[in-house]
Every structure is written in structure tokens, then in C-alpha cells.
Design a protein around this ligand. Structure first.
Ligand code: NAD
Ligand code: MG
Length: 380
């Protein structure tokens, strides 16, 4: 039995992780967690019998204790609860399917406790990669990518240990607004931004895909995961989302991973690495597929990508500013408080006012996050 815990079990990645568990008889879920959706947590608890459940909101945790009074399960809450879940005894792999920088502290706690990390929560690596990667090495812990692009690269690198990477080619669908001009983006509504052409995902990452912020976060994520410099990471738009990313080696050979867009594949690969197992679902039909096309990203219109590259080049606490400003901006856009293009404005202004801290500690990262939030609240 492989024992896992899930941070964010009610979301898109969390529920798909549970689906992988459902179809494999040697995975056991020891802990689940969510922000506030206790109805879904109750159903998950009854199906998977975890030993611990973490609920962010204490009042919801109290309600869940009543709902699950007939079960032998410990229900914890707040950051303390997430930290307790992260180090739970006997858990081998922690799936970080939580959204946002809130994942930093639990991920660090889990690594220190020797848990392998199946990492979906890219915001954590973007802001604290300089702490997490060396810490994982020190504790002999694997950081197993769940993000489809990074899983593709991870798969393409299998057996290539000593071979030199010339370039990472991260593919992007281009999102729902690919091909539009700035003028055409001025009045787009959240309902339009939430219609991703190929993937069904949580709201935050879906907006990030529309702004290309997601691709920017993924470039930073790739830099940390694979130790490749920014100038050797290229984003290629591949609108059908069939090629999930590629690695170019020093002999010019390019290895790609292809498949239908289904996150259960990278989730399952992370949980069973380096082994593959049967996974049901649609297969690529090259006869029907007809074409796979490529184009360069439109960096002038979709500034999320160039701004992320700029933040990454500056380094230190700047990726935290980029990420925190984006998290706040996306929340405001989803709340109909700002317009689509204001997301870029907010990130740009937050980056411009920031005094960069080199090599920030976790405390400095969290303080920077808080400062950015406060600044945005006072300014917008
Ligand atoms: P989602 O919004 O669908 O789910 C987020 C989960 O986190 C939910 O279970 C929610 O309850 C939980 N959560 C949120 N705030 C919490 C808090 N304060 N305390 C405890 N739990 C909390 O998001 P998602 O799409 O599943 O994405 C999760 C992460 O995976 C993100 O970092 C995203 O960028 C990354 N990712 C997602 C996909 C995808 O296909 N959905 C693909 C690649 C990477
Ligand atoms: Mg991705």
C-alpha cells in the first residue's frame, strides 16, 4: 500500500487524484483537506476513510466534526491543521493540490518530515523554489511534478540523467483569448475567461491561463524543478494541447510527451514514478487528429508571460510580488471588481514599487505577500 495525503482534496487536482486512487487498489488516502467545502469532504471521508481531515475555517471544521461523529477521524483546522496534516505519520507522498502561496509552509514541513511531494501547487515553487529544492535534496525527498508540462519534461528526461539539456520547450494552449488584440480584451467578462478551450481546471489557474500568467509561473516552476536557466526555456503555443512539453538535448534531438488532455495521467505518473500503470480514457487518434500546429506567444498582448520572465530575471522576492499581486488581482477579477487588463496593471505596479530582497527567507516571502496584498487593497 502506498500511503498518500492530499492538500486541497476538493478541487480539480484533488478530486482527480482521488479518482486515480479509486482505480488503483494499492493507494491509500490517510488525509484530505479543503478550505471550506465540508459537504464534499464528508463524502470523501466516507468513501476513503482518512485518519485526518484539515479544514481551513475553524467553524466549518466544528460542523464537520458533528457530521462525521460516527467515524474515527481527527479533524483539524487553520494553518496549524495543514501543518499537522503535512507531517502525518506513515504518509509517503503529499499531493499539493492546494491553490496559492498558502501551500509554502505545509510543503516545507512535509519535506522536513521526509515526505515525497507530488507538486501541483506551482505558486509554492515560484516563490520559494530557492528554499524548497535544496531542502528536498537535503532530506532525500523527490519533488514529483503534477503540472502537465513539467510531467511531460520529467517523462522526457527519464533515462537521460547525464545528458545535457539544450532547451526546455514548454507548450501553451494560448488560452481562450488566443489571437485577440488588446482592444478586444478590454471588456471580456469572467465567464469568457473561464472557458478554457482544452482543460477543465480550478478558477484561479483558468484565469491565469487566459492572461498567460500561468505560463509565466510554469517557466519559473521549470527553472527550479529542472535547474535550467531562463534563457534556455522557451514557450511554444500549441493550441490543441496534444504535446504537453518537450526537451531538446545538446545533439539537437527533441523528446516530446503527447497525450489527450487528462490530468489523471501526470497525477498517476507522479504517484507511481518511475512506473506506469493502466489508465483508462481516451487515446490519441492520429488519423482523426489531422494536425498539430505551433505559433509564438503574443507577448505584447498577453503580458503575463513577459512580466513573469522579468520577475524571474530579477529574482529574490520579485517572483513573490508577481505571484501575490496576481493572486489578489485574479480574486478581484473573479469578484467583478476589476477588468481583465487591470490584472496586468496591478502586477506591474506592485513590481514597480517593490524593494527587492535577495534570497528571501520564508518569513520574508510571507511578509512580502502581505505587503503586496495591503498595498493593492489601499491602491485599488
Ligand atoms: P481548485 O481551486 O480547483 O482547488 C483548490 C483546492 O485547494 C480546493 O480543495 C480548496 O478547498 C483548497 N484550498 C483553497 N484554499 C485553502 C485553504 N486556505 N486551506 C485549505 N485548503 C484550501 O484548484 P486546482 O485547479 O485544483 O489547482 C490546484 C493547484 O494545482 C494550483 O496551484 C494550480 O496552479 C495547480 N494546477 C492545477 C491544474 C489543473 O488542471 N487544475 C493543472 C496544473 C497545475
Ligand atoms: Mg500546466
Amino acid at each position: 500500500m502506498k500511503k498518500i495525503a492530499i492538500l486541497g482534496s476538493t478541487g480539480s487536482i484533488g478530486t482527480q487524484t482521488l479518482d486515480v486512487v479509486r482505480h488503483n487498489d494499492n493507494l491509500q488516502v490517510l488525509a484530505i483537506s479543503a478550505g471550506s467545502n465540508i459537504k464534499v469532504l464528508e463524502a470523501q471521508a466516507r468513501e476513503f476513510s482518512p485518519k485526518m481531515i484539515a479544514v481551513w475555517q475553524e467553524d466549518k471544521a466544528a460542523e464537520l466534526r458533528v457530521m462525521l461523529a460516527d467515524m474515527d477521524v481527527k479533524i483539524v483546522s487553520g494553518m496549524e491543521g495543514l501543518l499537522e496534516l503535512a507531517v502525518l505519520e506513515n504518509v509517503e507522498i503529499l499531493v499539493t493540490a492546494i491553490v496559492g502561496m498558502i501551500g509554502i509552509q505545509p510543503t516545507i514541513a512535509a519535506i522536513k518530515a521526509g515526505k515525497h511531494i507530488a507538486l501541483a501547487n506551482k505558486e509554492t515553487l515560484v516563490t520559494a523554489g530557492h528554499i524548497i529544492m535544496p531542502l528536498a535534496k537535503e532530506h532525500h525527498v523527490d519533488i514529483l511534478p503534477v503540472d502537465s508540462e513539467h510531467s511531460a519534461i520529467f517523462q522526457a528526461l527519464h533515462g537521460e540523467k547525464d545528458n545535457k539539456i539544450e532547451k526546455l520547450l514548454i507548450t501553451a494552449s494560448g488560452g481562450p483569448f488566443r489571437g485577440r488584440t488588446k482592444e478586444q480584451l478590454a471588456d471580456v467578462r469572467k465567464e469568457d475567461a473561464l472557458k478554457h478551450p482544452n482543460w477543465a481546471m480550478g478558477q484561479k489557474i483558468t484565469i491565469d491561463s487566459a492572461t498567460l500568467v500561468n505560463k509565466g509561473l510554469e517557466v519559473m516552476e521549470a527553472k527550479w524543478l529542472f535547474g535550467v536557466d531562463l534563457d534556455r526555456i522557451q514557450v511554444v503555443v500549441q493550441p490543441q494541447s496534444i504535446i504537453h512539453s518537450m526537451v531538446q538535448f545538446e545533439d539537437g534531438s527533441v523528446m516530446a510527451q503527447l497525450g489527450t488532455p487528462d490530468m489523471r495521467l501526470p497525477i498517476q505518473y507522479a504517484l507511481y514514478y518511475p512506473n506506469r500503470r493502466y489508465l483508462g480514457g481516451e487515446r490519441l487518434d492520429f488519423g482523426k487528429l489531422a494536425q498539430i500546429t505551433f505559433e509564438n506567444p503574443d507577448m505584447d498582448t498577453f503580458k503575463g508571460l513577459p512580466m513573469a520572465m522579468q520577475a524571474a530575471r530579477i529574482g529574490g522576492s520579485m517572483p513573490t510580488v508577481f505571484n501575490a499581486a496576481n493572486e489578489k488581482a485574479v480574486a478581484k477579477f473573479l469578484n467583478n471588481e476589476i477588468r481583465f487588463l487591470d490584472i496586468y496593471e496591478m502586477i506591474g505596479e506592485a513590481m514597480a514599487m517593490h524593494q527587492c530582497v535577495e534570497n528571501p527567507t520564508v518569513e520574508e516571502i510571507l511578509r512580502t505577500e502581505e505587503e503586496v496584498y495591503q498595498w493593492i487593497e489601499s491602491r485599488w
